[in-house]
Design a protein around this ligand. Structure first.
Ligand code: ADP
Length: 927
């Protein structure tokens, strides 16, 4: 028995020794789970002494999340199910976690379990190795499936914690060289904020502890298997930093570089706290492998992104080209600037992804921009289409003013540049672009686009919008040219029609003036006024007005037509100086005061007027002015209006000037005719009255002469006196007769009596009479051979010859030779009388045979005359079927010739010729 007892003790101590030797933990629990016994391996593994452990519930050691599996396995055992090995994790005294593979059996007494016997093996390292393998497999799978930089880095951190690290930090060098903390992860959610604060307040690259700067600089792994508290204190920058680092409590860390395209592109930090075993060299190798996977994935992602970027760029370019083509096609259909603007705004908005757009263009007014199109803005924000002042502080106006595009990609940029506009909240504008429409260095206007999201105006986007703007500028210019050409064609038509109409009334001055005003009112302004300068130039008078509306015209006419103004004070002054005038915004009061009329009711509502006035010119003289008025609220005058008005005025001016000259000439002619009529009447009466006493005087003188011839009573002196009296009375008689002749000629009452007349005999007879009376002159005459008989009035022909001889004597006051020639020339006889007297200027010759005409050198000389002799001569000669001619040179002499048709040979009988003797003439003949 003693031996048996002894042997039981021996056996017990033997087992105890064996238990102490065992590497595995061997333990005994009671039915409630309290430790009854544990071997030395158990003490070593947990870090507690046996005495401390005995009696404690085993659940104190096991991590809470592993308790359920433990209980579950126990229950299965009690139910008699097959026992299996399972793993639990416990926390050692120093905080380390230990993974145990557990095997248990139940001990029963009286059918009830009273003890649990268990063996637990530390498989922490085995687990870790497996975890590492699994981790790297997972890493490769996850990263291979990810093509986004940030997602890759997030995945790395997420996979690493908690499997290979308690916390993980990934830092990446950005393209600009800045270090960015791309991902952080901590196994303990409570510590995530610590990591975030560290990243925020103590950015990477500053702390020595992290070792990241060294990794990035050297490109090599930094492996810190043990980190002591002193190191943490040394690394802390300030108290808070130290606090944060202490909370993190890193005990072991590995920092590995990420190599990207031959350069260090970032670093991964894996760290373990007291909760995990320190890193081993194998972990460092694993971390390097992780970094290479990361590098591979990042490189792939970047290549992918570059490819995708290139593809989206290409797609965008294609889309933009398509948009531009659509725009070009649509613009080709747009004929007016407004249509062009609509197309551009519509396509521009769509193509640019804007929500609203507008287009402004320089127009008629130099200091304003016309609003051609607005689209997309909410109602109430851009209702007015009134022209915008060029000085306005708006992006679109600034672009049109400066020719520089404005790109405001964000609301911040917008608010910085246009604070007032950006402060308005009716629109949702966040970004905007204002692009000038330029062509050949000229800025035609600007295109504005508003966006409700921030924009990236990169080179591609800008080029695209600039291309749209260029298309728009070209289309706008094309439309303008088209409209201009249409307008020009219309103007030409107006002018051509007006010119014809003016020509058709070329002699009717009032009609012309009315017509000009009507055309000016119809095509340029609403009301047209024509003012004509007085002859002395000091005044203007409104000669005519025109108005589009006939009722208004009728009402205005009595108010305005006929009004007179001083030429240098009123609205016409500039035009009368030859300067066209364009006045915009002329006030009502000023206008009607200048026109000297009350404002007519038709204009009661007009506020101000635009006025154009152009001069009316002809032959270098401004003789009037044409003005047109338009209520300023309507379409403003353009340069083309001024040109049209001036053109109308120019075309009318010639016609009006002609009509004025014509009227003036008509007046002068009527006056002259009346004067001539008066003179002729006087001459006719006077010569009739003179004729009777002269005939009586001549009769008495001739009676004395005849008595003396019979009785010889007179002294020689008295006889000569009587002869002189008779000669002078006869001369006076001839003059009176000539005067009477002219009145007869005027009235068509001069007649000749035709009879055969021998010109040679007639001339000889006259010369015989005249020669003795000449003292200073000598007549050279060669009587022609043969016979020169004409059918004529001998008395009238004698009058012709005497007159020519008288002139030859009178106009050669120095005396000299007078050559008389009578010759046959074909069927005519020519009689010429030449002198070497004063002659006459060539300019006078054509007028010489008109009534009362005297050559300029005779009229101004002392040689008296009335200018009727040659007039009568021509009449007598032409009544004979003959003609007259003269050659003369001033200061040299003159030759007057008369051609008379010769009588047919048969008619020239002797008896009839005798009837041509001058003796038979009587003073009354031909009267
Ligand atoms: P009157 O001699 O009375 O003026 P006439 O009818 O005979 O009128 O002549 C018209 C004008 O013709 C003259 O005034 C003179 O200027 C010019 N005239 C006529 N005959 C001559 C002449 N032989 N030499 C120069 N001038 C002449």
């Amino acid at each position: 028995m003693a031996a048996e007892q002894e042997s039981l003790q021996v056996i017990a101590s033997r087992y105890r020794a064996l238990l102490a030797l065992a590497h595995d933990v061997i333990y005994v629990l009671d039915a409630a789970g309290n430790l009854l016994d544990i071997n030395a391996a158990g003490e070593q593994l947990t870090g507690y002494r046996r005495a401390e452990l005995l009696g404690r519930p085993v659940a104190d050691l096991v991590l809470p999340e592993h308790l359920p599996i433990m209980r579950q396995m126990l229950e299965r055992k009690i139910e008699g199910q097959p026992a299996t090995t399972y793993t639990v994790e416990i926390q050692a005294r120093d905080g380390r976690r230990v993974v145990l593979e557990v095997n248990t059996r139940l001990v029963y007494r009286d059918g009830r379990p009273i003890e649990i016997h268990g063996i637990a093996r530390d498989i922490t390292e085995r687990q870790q190795a497996r975890a590492q393998r699994g981790f790297l497999t997972d890493v490769s799978q996850v990263l291979n499936a990810t093509l986004d930089d940030d997602a890759i880095l997030e995945h790395i951190a997420a996979l690493a914690v908690p499997r290979v690290a308690d916390y993980c930090i990934v830092d990446i060098i950005e393209p600009g060289g800045r270090l960015r903390r791309a991902a952080v992860r901590h196994a303990d959610p409570a510590c995530r904020e610590v990591l975030a604060e560290l990243a925020e307040r103590y950015p990477p690259g500053r702390t020595n502890l992290s070792g990241v700067p060294a990794v990035l600089r050297e490109g090599t792994t930094v492996f810190r298997p043990e980190i002591g508290p002193g190191e943490i204190e040394g690394a802390a920058q300030d108290a808070r930093h130290l606090e944060l680092l202490r909370t993190l409590d890193p005990r072991s860390a590995i920092m590995v570089p990420i190599w990207l395209e031959g350069q260090v592109g970032g670093a991964i930090t894996l760290a373990r706290t007291a909760a995990s075993p320190a890193y081993t060299q194998a972990d460092a190798t694993m971390a390097e492998e992780l970094a290479s996977w990361a590098a591979q994935a990042l490189t792939n992602a970047r290549i992918y992104q570059a490819t995708r970027h290139a593809r989206t760029q290409a797609e965008r370019a294609a889309e933009q080209i398509a948009t531009l083509q659509r725009l070009t096609a649509a613009l080709a259909q747009a004929l007016t600037p407004a249509a062009v603007a609509d197309v551009v705004v519509e396509h521009g908005i769509a193509a640019a992804g804007a929500y609203g757009g507008s287009l402004v263009a320089r127009g008629a007014q130099a200091d304003r921009l016309d609003v051609l199109a607005v689209a997309g803005y909410p109602t109430g924000t851009w209702e007015s289409r009134a022209p915008i002042d060029l000085t306005a502080d708006l992006p679109i106006v600034e672009a049109a003013r400066t020719g520089e595009p404005i790109w405001l990609p964000t609301h911040a940029a917008y608010a910085a540049r246009y604070p007032q506009m950006a402060a308005q909240t009716q629109t949702s504008t966040v970004a905007l672009a204002a692009i000038p429409l330029s062509l050949g260095g000229r800025v035609l206007g600007a295109l504005g686009l508003s966006f409700d999201t921030p924009q990236i105006f990169d080179a591609g986007a800008r080029d695209f919008l600039l291309a749209i703007a260029l298309q728009c500028a070209q289309a706008l210019e094309r439309a303008r040219l088209y409209i201009d050409s249409q307008a020009q064609a219309a103007r030409f038509a107006v002018l051509a029609e007006a010119a014809q109409a003016f020509a058709a009334r070329s002699r009717d001055l009032p009609a012309l003036q009315d017509l000009l005003c009507a055309r000016a009112a119809a095509h340029v302004g609403d009301l047209a006024l024509l003012a004509m300068r007085s002859d002395d130039g000091g005044q203007v008078a409104v000669a005519a007005i025109g108005h589009r509306d006939s009722d208004t015209l009728a009402a205005l006419r009595p108010l305005l037509v006929g009004a007179r103004y001083a030429a240098d004070t009123n609205l016409y002054a500039a035009a009368l100086d030859g300067q066209p005038l364009h006045r915009a915004g002329l006030a009502q009061a000023e206008l009607w005061a200048a026109l000297g009329a009350p404002a007519p009711p038709a204009y009661a509502h007009a506020d101000t007027f635009d006025l154009l006035v152009v001069p009316l010119r002809a032959q270098g003289q401004v003789f009037g002015a044409l003005g047109t008025l338009r209520a300023a609220a309507g379409r403003p005058y353009r340069d083309s209006d001024l040109a049209l008005l001036q053109n109308l005025a120019d075309r009318a001016a010639l016609a009006i000037d002609n009509a004025r000259l014509y009227a003036r000439e008509q007046r002068a002619r009527a006056e002259a005719e009346a004067a001539v009529q008066l003179r002729d009447t006087f001459l006719s009466v006077a010569s009739h009255e003179l004729k009777t006493p002269m005939t009586a005087l001549l009769g008495q003188a001739q009676l004395i002469q005849r008595r003396d011839a019979r009785e010889q009573q007179l002294s020689d002196r008295d006889r000569r006196s009587v002869a002189i009296i008779i000669a002078q009375i006869q001369r006076l008689n001839r003059l009176t007769m000539a005067l009477l002749d002219t009145t007869r000629i005027q009235q068509g009452r001069l007649e000749i009596r035709r009879a055969p007349c021998d010109l040679i005999a007639l001339l000889q007879h006259i010369l015989d009479d005249v020669e003795p009376t000449l003292s200073q002159h000598r007549i050279a005459y060669m009587r022609p051979p043969g016979d020169l008989t004409i059918m004529g009035d001998a008395l009238r022909l004698e009058q012709v010859v005497l007159n020519l001889l008288e002139n030859a004597v009178k106009y050669s006051p120095q005396g000299g030779q007078i050559v008389v020639e009578l010759v046959r020339e074909g069927d005519e006889a020519r009689l010429s009388v030449s002198d070497s007297g004063i002659g006459m200027p060539a300019a006078d010759i054509p007028h010489l045979f008109t009534r009362f005409y005297r050559a300029s050198n005779a009229a101004g000389s002392y040689i008296s005359g009335m200018g009727i002799g040659l007039f009568v001569i021509r009449e007598i000669v032409s009544l004979h079927g003959g003609r007259v001619g003269v050659t003369s040179e001033e200061g040299v002499g003159s030759t007057f010739s008369v051609w008379l048709p010769l009588a047919k040979a048969r008619a020239a009988s002797g008896s009839e010729v005798a009837a041509c003797q001058p003796d038979t003439r009587s003073a009354e003949h031909g009267g």
